[in-house]
Every structure is written in structure tokens, then in C-alpha cells.
Write a protein that binds this ligand. Structure first.
Ligand code: ZN
Length: 460
């Protein structure tokens, strides 16, 4: 019985862990590395295991840093079954197709650039839309939360609610080999308790835990004060006559923002909200998926659905799918809230809106999510005076707001509580920067802590 680590080792992205038991090989997540260009080059490297030898891929949730290398896995020989919740399956579909499309565009762009400069360059996308489509054929069973699943003799799996994004799960594996039994719990990404859309992350007893540590060294501000900050940032920007740009992750954050903007309008806290744009085809598709899965919600939101009320609808909200609709936003000088992807400003339509608004002191940019090292979002948050967008240097003159309390991740205190309930003897820390892991490790009670490096193998 073995466990090995093939991504998100002393880093936040690229989650990929392998269990070997009773002659079966089970992968938990196969995520993409995201962030700086050097880090993203890691995606093309060999996996550290033979893809054709994998029997199951258990997907904790639909974020790209957890599912993004699946098409590559299939391209390189994986023919097993992908098991995940029904909502994660739907979200993963749009995430993978979008990722393939972005990579095709990026490769084309680099090809053109290489052609112009006459330099070397034979840019090949990591995978194409066809590869993403092929990978969807391998999605199999979609267990409900708490439903035990016999994957093979000696290998049982259970998905429990991780409260992170729609459909997200922790995965418990109950393994038996040669009379030895082990319970191994993968946290996936753990949610931040007390948010209106989702439930509090669940935990259960396990011998071994593989745990995310995104915010292992941080405590979040309360959600209530963060929502108030958001309303303040919008009202203040409108008073100056500017636009509010919110770089938005398409899954969960976009829907959460819609939820709070609607609440703000209903309670008179953002009285001048005349234009709201969700300028992200993927966020729009994700919102539709959210509307189809009321079974994933916490009590109050589910009740809202039952009353026939859509928690994501507000007056003056426009969904922009077409590029022409997105471009039309450029003509609005002020009074608009523009939510667009990507959340870390590494790509997507938000870069156009930043180009148009970042240099204007009357405008505001509100960051409401995680920003990895090396991304434009992180540079702006860290106080950069200039940002390079589409080859132009854009001065940062808009007021910059960073609101931490919207995090979809558990903070240090929540991680400690979740971990305590597992009573695990051994804990592998993953999915975090090293300083975050080192801050968390001594606070975890009565457990042996490991911080695995890439491709490291451990006996269970
Ligand atoms: Zn996630």
C-alpha cells in the first residue's frame, strides 16, 4: 500500500496524488499548474507514473488546478474511470473545454509572435479541444455525498461535502491489502464555513490525511465585514464617477458575488447599481449549472430555490457571452460593476477591462480571490506602479481593494478544526506555499506531519 505525490507539493496548484493498493492504482485529482510561465511549463513534463496503468481518477472538484491535466492524462494513455459528484462532473466539463480553448489561442499567439521575430518556436498546446472532449468519455459514476462506492475488492471510496465550491468533496478511501486496512482521507480543497451558498466542510476519522494548506498561515476576515467592504468600494467608486472591475473566478466566486450584489440591492446598500455585467461565458455557463444543483446548497439558499426565487438574479444584470457585448462595455465611462475572468488576470476578458480602467484614478479594482505568485493580480495587489497588458505598460491609478473574507478556502483555524476531527496519525500537507505549511504543521495535534516533494513515495 503506497501513496505518492505528483503535484501541489510545496505549491498551491497541480494537485495529483496516487494510491496503490490491492493491485489497483487510484489517482486523486490531476490538476494543472497555474501561475508563472515557468510553473506552467511543468504541465508538459512526464506525470511521474504511467498514465495507462491508472484504474481510477477520483476528482475532488471542478477547479482547473484539480482537473486540468485530465485531457493530457487521457492523451498519454489513461483508460480508467473518472469518478466525481454530478455537479463536479458538469463543472469539470466546461472548465476543461475552456482550458483547451485558451491553450489553443495561446499557442497560436506564440506561433505568430515567433513568426514575426523570426525566432525559434514551435508552440504546441498542452492539449486541444478534441483532447478535452475525449477525456469527457471517461467520466463514469457520480456518487452522492456520503454514498459508499466499491471501486474494487479492497478499495472503497466515499465523497463527503468539502463546502468549497459546488459539488466539491473530500475523498475517503478505505483500503485493504494482505489483511492490513487503512483509511486515507484527501481533503481536496476545504471551504470557508458560514458562507450562504454552501454547507460547512465535513470531516471523518482517518489514519492518514492528505490536506490542503492554501491558508495555513492566515485567518480570514469575517464574511459580513467583507461584504460591507465590497459595498463601500462600489459606492465610493460610483461617487468618483468610475467603474468597478472585479476579476472573478468563474466558479463559485462569480455566483457568490451575484448573490451578495442582489442582497445589497434588496437591502438598499448599493443604491446606484445601474449596470452589472458578468462578462465571462464560462461564469455564465457555471451559473446555469449552479441553478441546476439545489441539492448542493446550504439551508437558506435551498429554501430560496424552493420558493421559486433565483439567488443569482438581480435587476440591471447583463450576461455577456458574445465578444461584441463585452466590447460594448468599453463605452461606459462610469457607474458599472464589471465582473470578468480570469480571477488572477492571467487571461480572459478582465485584461481588456483593466487596460481600459486601471489607469483611471476614478475607477476601482476589487480583488476578491486568491492571487498566486507571479500573476498580474498579485503584482497589482503588491503595489506595482505599472502592469503590462497586451504589450502596453498601463499605469496603476485606479484604487485597489483587496477583500480577503470571500475566500472559498478554510483559513488556519478552520483547517485545524477539520484536521482535529480526523484524529489522523499521519498527515501529508499539500496545496500550499511552504511558509503556509510550516506555520500550520506545529498546530496540528498528535500527528506525524510530512511535506512531500514531487514524486515522493511513502508506504502507508
Ligand atoms: Zn479549488
Amino acid at each position: 500500500m503506497k501513496i505518492s505525490f505528483h503535484g501541489a507539493d510545496c505549491g498551491v496548484t497541480g494537485s495529483c496524488h496516487l494510491i496503490e493498493c490491492a493491485g489497483k492504482r487510484i489517482l486523486v485529482d490531476c490538476g494543472m499548474y497555474q501561475g508563472s510561465r515557468e510553473l506552467e511549463q511543468e504541465n508538459a513534463e512526464p506525470f511521474g507514473f504511467e498514465p495507462a496503468s491508472i484504474d481510477f481518477m477520483l476528482l475532488t472538484h471542478g477547479h482547473l488546478d484539480h482537473c486540468g491535466r485530465l485531457p493530457l492524462l487521457v492523451k498519454r494513455g489513461f483508460r480508467g474511470e473518472v469518478v466525481t459528484t454530478a455537479a463536479s462532473r458538469e463543472l469539470a466539463k466546461i472548465v476543461l473545454l475552456d482550458a483547451a480553448h485558451l491553450q489553443e489561442e495561446e499557442a497560436l499567439y506564440r506561433l505568430r509572435k515567433a513568426g514575426k521575430s523570426g525566432g525559434p518556436g514551435h508552440p504546441v498546446p498542452l492539449y486541444e479541444t478534441l483532447d478535452a472532449l475525449n477525456s469527457l468519455d471517461y467520466f463514469g459514476r457520480t456518487p452522492a455525498y456520503g454514498q459508499p462506492l466499491e471501486l474494487a475488492p479492497g478499495v472503497r471510496a466515499k465523497f463527503i461535502d468539502a463546502g468549497h465550491i459546488l459539488g466539491s468533496a473530500c475523498v475517503l478511501l478505505e483500503l485493504t491489502e494482505k489483511g492490513k486496512s487503512r483509511r486515507v482521507l484527501f481533503s481536496g480543497d476545504l471551504g470557508n464555513a458560514g458562507r450562504p451558498l454552501l454547507r460547512t466542510p465535513q470531516s471523518c476519522p482517518a489514519d492518514t490525511v492528505v490536506m490542503e494548506t492554501t491558508y495555513g498561515n492566515r485567518l480570514h476576515k469575517s464574511l459580513g465585514s467583507s461584504v460591507a467592504e465590497l459595498y463601500e468600494a462600489i459606492n465610493a467608486t460610483f461617487k468618483r464617477g468610475g467603474n468597478v472591475i472585479i476579476p472573478t473566478f468563474a466558479l463559485e466566486r462569480a455566483q457568490e458575488l451575484l448573490y451578495f450584489l442582489r442582497e445589497g440591492v434588496e437591502h438598499g446598500q448599493v443604491p446606484d447599481l445601474r449596470h452589472v455585467f458578468l462578462d465571462s461565458p464560462m461564469a455564465i455557463s457555471a451559473t446555469r449549472i449552479f441553478e441546476r444543483h439545489p441539492e448542493c446548497y446550504g439551508e437558506s439558499t435551498r429554501a430560496m430555490f424552493q420558493e421559486g426565487k433565483d439567488p443569482f438574479q438581480l435587476p440591471n444584470l447583463r450576461f455577456c457571452r458574445e465578444a461584441s457585448e463585452s466590447k460594448a462595455i468599453n463605452d461606459i465611462p462610469g457607474g458599472a460593476v464589471i465582473m470578468a475572468g480570469s480571477g488572477m488576470c492571467t487571461g480572459g476578458r478582465v485584461r481588456h477591462h483593466l487596460r481600459n480602467n486601471l489607469g483611471r484614478p476614478e475607477c476601482g479594482v476589487v480583488f476578491v480571490g486568491y492571487a498566486a505568485q507571479g500573476t498580474p493580480a498579485r503584482h497589482i495587489i503588491d503595489g506595482a506602479k505599472m502592469i503590462r497588458l497586451f504589450g502596453d505598460e498601463i499605469p496603476v491609478k485606479a484604487s485597489i481593494h483587496t477583500i480577503g473574507g470571500f475566500s472559498a478556502h478554510a483559513d488556519q483555524s478552520e483547517l485545524i478544526v477539520w484536521h482535529a476531527r480526523t484524529q489522523a496519525k499521519t498527515t501529508y500537507l499539500v496545496h500550499g506555499e511552504e511558509k503556509s505549511m510550516k506555520a500550520l504543521a506545529p498546530r496540528l495535534a498528535r500527528t506525524r506531519v510530512e511535506m512531500p516533494t514531487l514524486n515522493q513515495v511513502f508506504e502507508l
